[in-house]
Write a protein that binds this ligand. Structure first.
Ligand code: 9MR
Length: 451
């Protein structure tokens, strides 16, 4: 009788690699080692209600942006009445987790309070209101917000200035005035202009480029350009790196400030793989330009993303699925940042097979046949539905299986769970058995994968 055991963890074997590599450090540690930051947008309300959200936000990211809590309409819904609760909560969380903050955003046409946007203020008064808002908001957090988006979304798609209430009342001078005021209000903050659809070289990004060049020439204090990067799977602009580089060459920093990469729902393995490549492309483009300082995602998980609310039938745009499990995009970002992309350090319960092994044994053997047993054991991981596969090394032929559905194609045997044993909790195990025929010899497979 031959008794043999073969085991391998899921990801390493799936990739055709040798034994599983050590689990990666959190993204924030990988990013720091590469000299960039990795951030995400936080919703103040979710920090207290969702432990997994809070855990990911704190462990994986070293910068945070308030997704909404620092917008004018949230801070000052009625004139003179500020509500700092959400913004303060974000600041407190960042401090508790050793994170830097991107302030978002001071002067924007959207999410402005109605009293401001529709107040019909003459130019001098509107400019004064803008100055007061900059002074009050930057002043409150002086020295504690590393980057501020001073002006947000100032351009239209064809490269003209956006026809906003700011532009209509004040003309383009509101931009330079906002930056000058912001420098006074908090000299320690880096001051950014931020926009979307400016990731590749196009009419809009060129308009932004020309403005930044002119502002620099006039001595207006501007330190950085934010490329929001609300992108579409399979459509990362090919000129992304070139565009980052041309801004950097103006003498400003560049940041990817709101990265998400949406797809048509439902997601499937092919789309998620493409999305992973796209995330990787974006991070690599940033790493390739020394003045690109970091990448911020827009929403922790697909459940937190703004995308499905705005783009019907689209979503799945972030690095975590709506159950807060890391997606292939997460692994791709880890790899781009120098990690292995092996997320063995995922918390228990995420069901992706990391931390689970399959042990193959020959339980009994007779002249032409044998009974095999495969035990799946999870420790530091879990499974919600599983597939175990191996190659018979010496022409063995499967004849029957129990507690799993097994098929053989060539040497390859693939077994999936039965209806009752798909779930393997952290610390748990399940097993299934099979009969097979052999002749000559009956060696056990070198590698048995579980995923
Ligand atoms: O993600 C934000 C969403 O929750 C808000 O409803 C929306 C309101 O305009 O703003 C979203 O964030 C935007 C960001 O502030 C600026 N760039 C575009 C982002 C997505 O719309």
């Amino acid at each position: 009788m031959t008794l043999a055991t073969a085991a391998a963890t899921g990801l390493a074997a799936l990739a055709g690699a040798a034994p599983a590599q050590a689990a990666d450090a959190p993204l924030r540690d990988l990013a720091e080692a590469k000299g960039v930051y990795i951030g995400n947008a936080l919703a103040a309300g979710k920090l207290d209600g969702n432990a997994r959200y809070r855990q990911i936000a704190g462990q994986e990211f070293n910068w945070v942006t308030a997704e909404n809590a620092m917008k004018w309409g949230v801070l000052e819904p009625s004139r003179g009445n500020y509500d700092w609760s959400g913004a303060d909560r974000i600041m407190e969380f960042a401090a508790a987790n050793g994170q830097q903050v991107r302030g978002h955003t001071l002067v924007w046409h959207s999410q402005a309070p109605g009293w401001l946007e529709n107040g019909g203020f003459p130019a001098a008064e509107l400019r004064g209101l803008m100055y007061d808002h900059i002074d009050t908001t930057m002043g409150r957090y002086q020295g504690r917000i590393a980057h501020w988006d001073v002006v947000n979304e100032a351009f239209n798609e064809s490269g003209g200035f956006r026809d906003s209430f700011w532009y209509r009342t004040l003309g383009e001078s509101y931009i330079a005035d906002a930056f000058r005021r912001a420098r006074q209000a908090d000299p320690s903050a880096d001051l950014y202009i931020n926009d979307y659809n400016v990731e590749g070289v196009n009419a809009k990004s060129t308009a932004m480029y020309n403005l930044v060049r002119d502002l620099k020439a006039q001595g207006v204090p501007i330190d950085g350009v934010g490329l929001q990067a609300h992108l579409i799977t399979g459509q990362v602009p090919s000129s992304l790196q070139q565009n980052i580089q041309r801004f950097a060459d103006l003498g400003v920093d560049v940041a990817i400030t709101e990265l998400d990469i949406r797809m048509n729902l439902p997601a499937d393995a092919g789309k998620l793989a493409q999305q992973a490549r796209d995330y990787r492309t974006v991070v690599e483009a940033c790493l390739a330009v020394s003045r690109c300082v970091g990448v911020t995602g827009w929403g922790i998980s697909d459940a937190d993303s703004w995308v499905p609310d705005v783009f019907e039938g689209q979503g799945a745009a972030t690095m975590y699925d709506s159950g807060y499990n890391p997606k292939p995009a997460y692994d791709a970002v880890a790899q781009a940042l120098g990690g292995t992309g092996d997320d063995d350090d995922d918390p228990p319960g995420n069901g992706d097979g990391d931390g689970c092994t399959a042990d193959y044994t020959v339980a009994s053997q007779w002249n032409t046949g044998f009974t095999g047993n495969v035990a799946i054991t999870c420790s530091g991981g879990s499974l919600n539905g599983w597939t175990v596969s191996w190659d018979f090394p010496a022409g063995q032929r499967l004849s029957q299986a129990w507690n799993a559905g097994c098929t053989q194609s060539g040497a390859r045997v693939t077994c999936t769970n039965a209806g009752w044993n798909g779930t393997v909790p952290d610390g748990g195990s399940v097993s299934f058995g099979f009969n097979a025929e052999w002749s000559g010899s009956n060696p056990s497979p070198d590698t048995v994968t579980v995923s």
